[in-house]
Each structure stands twice: as structure tokens, then as C-alpha cells.
Design a protein around this ligand. Structure first.
Ligand code: SAM
Length: 240
């Protein structure tokens, strides 16, 4: 990973530091990062294109009647993707993220119908089965954030016929222990077992400086994933 740094922030350092952190420490770090607009300032510095890429993919799919499409922004953070969705014409937007500090910043934007504070990790959240037409994930699949099993919950809350749009740094597939030989095979198992259909898979050059991104768009085919979850690997899995 290139050393994307400001005087007070380095993406590489943040990634490395999270490797050692327990789940609650990770969330505490995001709580602090959200304060006084620091997270958004740092994102703007590194020129993260992911938010635009993933929200445009959602917009391309629902080319008409976006105002009646319900969207959940997963790992919504301070609401950067939700803001982009609003600009693109979506108006029924919910969020979910375990960091209260990130939510506090996001709520200042007056975008949300609902914003749930919880982990997406394979346990059942309060969100109903088949609730959404669309979900977007921007930056949620990275070191010590959402584990592979989060995909089970994302499928559960998106209705059959709905879509899941995910962007991530491609090299996370081989660099994040939780994902190595697990995340991509799980995507493919979902395709083989008829859980979802792959609509788009594209590489995004220079997603953030020097890093290639991956955009995936899946159409959901079932209400719940009918196969067992992966065994947990590390402290990023829910233990309760
Ligand atoms: C890099 S930020 C991305 C935020 C936002 N989507 C964006 O593009 O700016 C990652 C977010 O993932 C959240 N997160 C960490 N673990 C998570 C989990 N298990 N489920 C959902 N969100 C999680 C963090 O709290 C943080 O807000």
C-alpha cells in the first residue's frame, strides 16, 4: 500500500494499526476519527473515488424511479456514500455502522430515514429480512472492519431482485487475513449456489492513490443464504 499521508494521517498506518486492535478498539478509533470533520478531511486528501464509483453503480442499475428505491448504506460512516446517493436522486436512504461517533457526524447531514448503530458481521441486526431494494458498501471490506460473514446479513436485508454494490481495494483480498482464500471464494460459492447473480465486476484503476479497486454488483436471488457461515478467524467476528 502506498504511504498516503497527511501530517496527521496515514492510510497505511491506519491499516497496520487496526491489525492489532480488538473490535471495540477499532470502533473507538473511528469514533475519534469522525470528530471535527477529520475523517472527511483525510478522505478528501487521499482522493477516495470509491464513494462515487459504488453510488454510480447503484444509480446505473436503477435508472428510473430512484425516489422509490430503498437503499441501505452499509458501513455508512459519516455518510459520504449516502450524500452521493441523495445527489444522484435516491431519497429513501438508511445507514448502518457500529460507530456512534461516525453516526453523529452523519446525522448532521439530514439524509437518513433510519441509521442503525450495529456491526454487520453475520448476526441478525434489527433490520427486517428483504427490507431493501439496494445496498452499497464503500470501504467496509478492509482490515478489521466487516468480516466475510457480513455478506450473509447483507443478502438477508436486500430483497430478491434487489442489488448489492460493493467497492473495495482489490489487494485487500490477499492482504487482509480474514479475506485471504475466503472472501472471493465465498462470492463465487454464492454464485454457484444461486444466492446471487454477478452483474458487474470491474477493476477501478487508482481507486485511492496507487491502489486498484474492485467494483462488484450482485443481484440477490434469495431471502436468506441457505449455506453455513464461514468459521470465524479472528477477533473481528461477533462473539455474543
Ligand atoms: C473506511 S470507513 C467507510 C465509511 C464510509 N462508507 C465512507 O465511504 O466514507 C469504514 C466504516 O466501517 C465501519 N465498520 C467497522 N466495522 C464494521 C462492521 N463490522 N460492520 C459495519 N461497519 C463497520 C466503521 O465504523 C467505519 O465507519
Amino acid at each position: 500500500m502506498g504511504d498516503l499521508s497527511t501530517d496527521s494521517f496515514s492510510l497505511k498506518t491506519a491499516f497496520e494499526e487496526r491489525k492489532q486492535m480488538k473490535r471495540d478498539e477499532v470502533i473507538n478509533a473511528f469514533d475519534q476519527w469522525a470528530k471535527d470533520g477529520k475523517y472527511e478531511k483525510d478522505m478528501s486528501f487521499i482522493g477516495n473515488k470509491g464513494v462515487d464509483i459504488v453510488t454510480r453503480a447503484a444509480s446505473d442499475h436503477f435508472s428510473t424511479n430512484k425516489d422509490v428505491v430503498s437503499v441501505i448504506d452499509i458501513a455508512a460512516g459519516t455518510g459520504l456514500a449516502s450524500q452521493a446517493l441523495l445527489k444522484l436522486g435516491f431519497s429513501i436512504i438508511d445507514g448502518i455502522d457500529p460507530s456512534q461517533g461516525m453516526k453523529d457526524e452523519a446525522m448532521k447531514k439530514n439524509i437518513y430515514r433510519d441509521y442503525v448503530v450495529d456491526f454487520v458481521d453475520g448476526h441478525k441486526t434489527v433490520l427486517e429480512t428483504d427490507k431493501y431494494d439496494c445496498s452499497v458498501v464503500s470501504g467496509g471490506f478492509s482490515q478489521s472492519l466487516m468480516p466475510c460473514n457480513a455478506l450473509y446479513e447483507i443478502v438477508r436485508i436486500v430483497k430478491p431482485g434487489g442489488v448489492i454494490c460493493i467497492e473495495m481495494i482489490e489487494s485487500n483480498l490477499v492482504r487482509v487475513e480474514e479475506f485471504v482464500n475466503r472472501l472471493e471464494p465465498l462470492w463465487n460459492t454464492f454464485i454457484e449456489k444461486g444466492v446471487w447473480k454477478l452483474l458487474r465486476k470491474e477493476k477501478i484503476p487508482d481507486l485511492v492513490i496507487g491502489e486498484t479497486g474492485l467494483l462488484m454488483v450482485f443481484e440477490v436471488l434469495v431471502s436468506e443464504v441457505p449455506i453455513p457461515q464461514l468459521p470465524p478467524l479472528n477477533n473481528n467476528e461477533r462473539t455474543t
